[in-house]
Design a protein around this ligand. Structure first.
Ligand SMILES: [Zn+2]
Length: 142
């Protein structure tokens, strides 16, 4: 077996997916050929890293650990910030969220003046975020 053929079969050799006779041929070549043997070792390492990754993905605690790691990093970053910001930031997020919900409700409750004209209503909705409800209503009344 020459190097080119050995390289071609190497991935299957490492994965042990070759027929026994070919496994033996590749094994023989690797014994005689240092560059190919080295290449095979590198490939094994790479594949074992990929395998390890796969195992980690299937691990139910993987996300918990990642989360913990992220929180650790975040914790370090947060610690550098002033206390007030640390307290106010979640509050600000909550306020924004509540405003969004409130806005959504208001939008839903607003009587559709142009109920008879659905096409026009749908055309208007994308612009509602940019304009106040009041001017639109007065605009439509006119
Ligand atoms: Zn070789």
């Amino acid at each position: 077996m020459n190097c080119k053929l050995a390289h071609k079969k190497l991935i299957f050799f490492v994965e042990q997916e070759l027929p026994v006779s070919e496994m033996e041929q590749v094994r023989q070549h690797l014994k005689q050929c240092a560059p190919c043997a080295h290449f095979a070792e590198e490939m094994k390492k790479t594949l074992s890293i990929i395998e390890a990754d796969k195992v980690e993905d299937e691990n139910p605690f993987f996300f918990t650990r990642v989360k913990a790691r992220l929180e650790n990093t975040a914790g370090k970053q947060v610690a550098a910030r002033p206390v007030l910001v640390r307290i106010l930031q979640p509050v600000a997020f909550s306020v924004i969220l509540l405003l969004g919900v409130y806005g959504g409700f208001k939008l839903g409750q607003t009587p559709t003046i142009n109920a008879g004209n659905n096409a026009e209503a749908q055309e208007l909705i994308p612009y509602w975020n940019e304009l106040d409800a009041e001017p639109i209503e007065t605009f439509l009344m006119e």
